[in-house]
Design a protein. Structure first.
Length: 352
């Protein structure tokens, strides 16, 4: 077919001439025997500087019937582009067939590792915590995520005007039902169903109206309960130290700060050395070097009485921690939201 340039001042072709030009272009492109010939034709017709189509497009303002010429030009462009695409696909298929099975299955190449899935960091933490406490003689207890006021608040000694009962902190479903704010209701159900000695942990999802770098509206929690005769604060501290050193490292320190919880007396907040900065201070721990992961204390006598247990005979301790916060510390994850974004890159990095 003729070359791809339209000289300056050339006569404006008629629509019929453009139709004949399209047929010639299709025939030439279909006859391209290799990739080099196809590339020459592509540049000839679609080149941005001297391509034939670009030159013809510049003739539209000079056409006597601009509409008819423009329509014929669009048909020409579509047929040329379609012919090039079809020939490109045919050449690619021929090239692939020429390579043959030997090229596709080259046994001399290194093997390709299959993409193996990984457990979520929170699942890994939950299993590890269960393993630690089973080793300390605890069993696992589970309960419903939709609770009522009695198990979530009343039997745990929450007063009627406690802030946790407010909709700003608790997600209510109506008809007295709510999404549990902690797994403490499972402790109550256990105390009502069994007699001491009791040693259980209660893992599961919990819900609070809260959201920031370290908190999520839905998060995972595990609580522990130990009730028997003669249980003291020393037993609580020893249990927590044994737990955090097994979960993190022997160098992990704990710090107990006085606090208040309706269901324990005395109560404390338990901090551990921030695992992200090793205690040096970072944005995740607000520069303190400590990360709060636990709330704990001795079971309030009124809670024991609510469960028909004699507080003069029995005592115990309880604690609760967020699994998501533990996962952040264990794998140095700076933002809790990363745990809920289903980013496969995070899962590939987290291996136990």
């Amino acid at each position: 077919m003729a070359a791809a340039e339209t000289p300056a001042g050339a006569a404006v072709p008629s629509p019929n001439e453009l139709e004949r030009l399209a047929a010639e272009a299709e025939a030439a492109i279909a006859a391209a025997v290799d990739r080099a010939a196809w590339e020459r034709l592509r540049v000839t017709w679609l080149g941005t500087r001297q391509g034939r189509l670009r030159a013809l497009q510049g003739l539209i303002p000079r056409a006597a019937d601009k509409r008819a010429f423009g329509q014929a030009f669009n048909r020409l462009k579509e047929r040329v582009e379609g012919a090039l695409a079809a020939r490109d696909e045919a050449l690619a298929a021929a090239e692939s067939a020429a390579r043959g099975d030997r090229a596709r299955l080259d046994v001399t190449l290194p093997g390709r590792r299959p993409r193996v899935g990984a457990l979520h960091p929170v699942t890994l933490v939950a299993r590890r915590i269960e393993e630690i406490f089973r080793g300390l003689g605890y069993s696992v207890a589970l309960g419903p995520e939709v609770e009522d006021d009695r198990f979530n608040f009343a039997l745990l000694n929450f007063p009627d005007d406690h802030p946790a009962r407010d909709a700003q902190d608790t997600l209510f479903l109506g008809d007295g039902r709510l999404l549990r704010t902690h797994t403490s209701p499972v402790q109550i159900r256990t105390l009502l169903a069994r007699r001491p000695p009791i040693r259980v942990i209660c893992p599961g999802r919990v819900y609070r109206n809260d959201n920031d770098l370290r908190r999520s509206p839905m998060f995972h929690q595990v609580e522990g309960l130990c009730v028997a005769e003669g249980i003291t604060v020393g037993d609580l501290k020893g249990t927590l130290e044994a737990f955090v050193t097994r979960l993190f490292s022997a160098a992990t320190a704990i710090r107990l700060r006085p606090s208040y919880f309706p269901f324990t007396e005395p109560s404390c907040e338990v901090d551990i050395t921030c695992q992200i900065c090793s205690g040096a201070g970072c944005p995740t721990c607000s520069g303190s070097g400590w990360m709060e992961i636990l709330g704990a204390g001795m079971v309030d006598p009124r809670v024991l009485e609510n469960c028909a247990l004699d507080p003069d005979r029995y005592s115990g301790f309880a604690f609760g921690l967020g699994l998501d916060r533990v996962a952040m510390n264990r794998w140095k994850i700076p933002n809790i939201r990363l745990l809920f974004e289903s980013d496969e890159r995070l899962l590939r990095q987290v291996r136990d």
